[in-house]
Design a protein around this ligand. Structure first.
Ligand code: GLA
Length: 391
């Protein structure tokens, strides 16, 4: 389905649920991170792209101007209500409606008044698949509220508001990557984001001979479970031992010198972050030069570091990477790595475009044989960021 078809489909679903059509429709994409994993909250570099998978929200004013928001979603049975006449509170931990609720709270906190509305949400970003389904929902909500209120936020402020929603309402201390790319994605470009200065650079990725193949292990990941927050704390502790404010300022030499002053686990976490920041800027340069084998090698190195130093991979992600590596460049694969927070979810592979069909078959079969699980695979071109489909 194209984005515009998805908008129409969601409008139809809105009409089925509420008995009349929506007034506003907004959409925001998920993302795949090509390289630069677990570097954003260490003030390093990331290199994601928005994908052609979206969260769409259709909405209309609440009946009789009632000051309440009704949230329905095709992906979740239970409708949720938010009373705008009272101070906003998060729902119980793990409730899907915390993402939109946190964004509403962010608008109210900035003094932007909101009226009641009814909404229908539909997402083609796989939920819990490491493709930023949560950021897509937050950014789609913020974009909808921009359409409704006529107040357009600066892109950086909008992304940070959505990140706060995730911290305060969903309880995940995430970095800034997912919300930034969902807001700022550009067709046929990756986004090289310096998470310290927040400066962005668009890196063209339009060579028709290569494609990014997303392979979903269909093992759900759960970042709220605490492992993510633990990694973040370990990085902060390592930076403290090194006497710096974040691992962005660390060097491999300084880390080596401090080795006996920190626990082994802290050392390995820091080693990953230092190496990954370097790999990310190298990969951006290799992509600018269309040096695909080099990009592929950096992707494998990233995966192995995430597996061994950072310990956020899992058997199924490793299985996909080994299958991809076994196929190699002769079979059309330059590189492959886990993408996103980890513990399940997706891998991303850099492949030759003319091999995509054969690779899809081969990887699915081998993965099924190895793990007994059916994978889902798709190719996406770098997509544009959030947009208002009807205002
Ligand atoms: C999740 C977080 C991001 C980032 C990645 C790991 O997607 O939301 O901020 O930290 O994990 O790179």
């Amino acid at each position: 389905m194209t984005l515009s078809e998805l908008g129409h489909f969601t409008a139809d679903q809105f009409a089925k649920a509420y008995g009349h059509g929506p007034r506003w429709i907004a959409a925001a994409p998920g993302r795949v991170n090509v390289i630069g994993e677990h570097t954003d909250y260490n003030e390093g570099f990331v290199l994601p792209m928005a994908i052609e998978r979206y969260t769409v929200i259709a909405a209309a004013p609440a009946a009789a101007g009632a000051p309440r928001v009704q949230l329905r979603s095709l992906e979740n049975d239970e409708a949720k209500m938010i009373d705008l006449s009272k101070p906003l509170q998060p729902f119980a931990r793990g409730t899907w409606a915390n993402y939109p609720a946190g964004v509403l709270a962010g608008f109210l906190a900035r003094g932007i008044p909101l009226n009641g509305f009814d909404a229908m949400i539909h997402s083609t970003v796989p939920l819990g698949g490491g493709l930023s389904s949560s950021a897509a929902l937050e950014v789609a909500t913020a974009t909808l509220l921009e359409a409704m209120t006529g107040r357009t936020l600066e892109p950086v402020e909008k992304a940070l508001l959505c990140q706060q929603a995730e911290h305060q309402y969903a309880g995940v201390p995430c970095g800034i990557m997912d919300q930034f790319i969902s807001v700022m994605g550009r067709q046929d470009h990756l986004l090289l984001l310096d998470c310290r200065s927040r400066q962005t650079e668009l890196v063209p990725m339009s060579d028709p001979s290569v494609a990014l193949l997303v392979i979903n292990t269909n093992v759900k990941h759960e970042l709220g479970s605490g492992e993510y927050a633990k990694r973040r704390a370990q990085c902060e502790a390592a930076a403290k031992v090194l006497g710096i404010s974040s691992l962005r300022d660390a060097t491999a030499v300084a880390l080596q010198q401090a080795k006996n002053r920190m626990e082994d686990v802290m050392f390995r976490r820091a080693r990953h972050v230092i190496g990954e920041i370097e790999r990310t800027t190298q990969a951006a340069q290799a992509i600018r030069n269309s040096h695909w084998p080099e990009v592929g090698q950096l992707m494998y190195a990233s995966h192995y570091s995430l597996r061994d130093n950072y310990e956020v991979s899992c058997t199924e992600l490793d299985a996909v990477v080994e299958i991809a590596r076994g196929i190699g460049p002769q079979g059309g694969v330059y590189g492959c790595r886990m993408t996103g927070g980890g513990f399940g979810g997706c891998t991303v592979a850099l492949v030759k475009t003319d091999a995509v069909d054969a690779l899809t078959r081969k990887i699915s079969e081998d993965y099924q044989r190895k793990t007994g699980i059916e994978a889902s695979l798709f190719v996406s071109r770098p997509a544009a960021g959030a947009t208002i489909l009807r205002a």
